[in-house]
Design a protein around this ligand. Structure first.
Ligand SMILES: NC(=O)c1ccc[n+]([C@@H]2O[C@H](COP(=O)([O-])OP(=O)(O)OC[C@H]3O[C@@H](n4cnc5c(N)ncnc54)[C@H](OP(=O)(O)O)[C@@H]3O)[C@@H](O)[C@H]2O)c1
Length: 243
């Protein structure tokens, strides 16, 4: 199996921030493991990015543990490892968003399953390999709704607050292992999720996901630079020998 500089698993890669992240990592030559529920949209992305890099894409729900196991298994089978996990897929919950005094409990459980339990379970699945290698990056995408008390945003916001705290505890538990955990708030973006959060509101003034995607890629590049340097050094030695 050929070893590429980086293997990046991105959830929610069929549109919005996840798609932009996948595009940027593809242009940098990272191998990609992608998922989203909508098979047709994911297929379009996979076909498109396969012209730039190696891609495996598996449609499914991140909150389905069997899907998560298959997804990580497929990535490891194809590329040998997962270097970077980006937990980007998320749900806003019912649209319009109910206030907490009327939030249907089942809907709240679903929000927590997708936004908190799924990222943690995916982390549990990639951690053994990362521990073995002594390197790895986990990026959990959060929101200012995790810390600001916006009326109507309580279900989604409390899930992001839980994700942030879980990420911090995980980071503390992983101290000294070489595995780093980040929470990243991309800021307001004009995406399908934001339009579902504020139906009927003109959000065309908001930026797209390009700027936060570049910042997240820069963060990951910084973190994983040593992988790239190792590859560059190895290739340089090979080239030198042939001269
Ligand atoms: N947009 C904003 O203003 C904003 C602000 C702060 C934070 N964020 C965060 O940024 C991240 C990306 O949001 P976005 O605005 O780019 O959203 P988006 O455009 O709606 O894209 C969401 C992506 O996640 C996938 N997805 C949703 N639920 C899924 C599930 N259960 N299993 C697998 N895939 C799932 C969607 O595809 P399918 O529907 O086909 O599954 C899609 O690919 C989220 O974590 C969000 O909370 C967004």
């Amino acid at each position: 199996m050929q070893r590429s500089p980086k293997v990046v698993l991105i959830t929610g890669a069929s549109r919005g921030l996840g798609l932009e992240l996948a595009r940027l990592f593809a242009r940098r030559g990272a191998s990609l493991v992608l998922t989203a529920r909508g098979a047709a949209d994911l297929r379009v992305v996979s076909d498109d990015l396969s012209r730039l890099t190696e891609v495996v894409a598996l449609p499914g729900d991140v909150a389905d543990p069997a899907h998560a196991v298959r997804l990580v298994g497929l990535g490891v089978e194809r590329f040998g490892r997962i270097d970077v996990l980006i937990n980007n897929a998320s749900t806003i919950g019912p649209s319009p968003m109910p206030r907490l005094d009327a939030y249907p409990p089942d809907a709240l459980v679903e929000v927590l399953r997708v936004n908190v339990v799924a990222p943690l379970f995916l982390s549990q699945l990639v951690l053994p390999g990362m521990r073995e290698r002594g390197t790895g990056v986990i990026v959990n995408v959060t929101s200012d709704a995790a810390v600001q008390a916006y009326p109507g945003w309580g279900g989604y916001g409390s899930s992001k607050a839980a994700l942030e705290l879980a990420s911090r505890v995980l980071a503390a538990e992983l101290e000294g292992t070489g595995i780093h955990v980040y929470v990243v708030d991309p800021g307001d973006m004009n995406t399908a999720m934001h339009r579902a959060a504020e139906p009927g509101v003109d959000l065309s003034y908001l930026p797209g996901p390009e700027v936060p995607a570049s910042a997240i890629v820069a963060l990951v590049e910084e973190e994983t630079a040593s992988f790239g340097r190792f590859e560059a050094a190895r290739l340089a030695r090979t080239g030198g020998g042939a001269r």
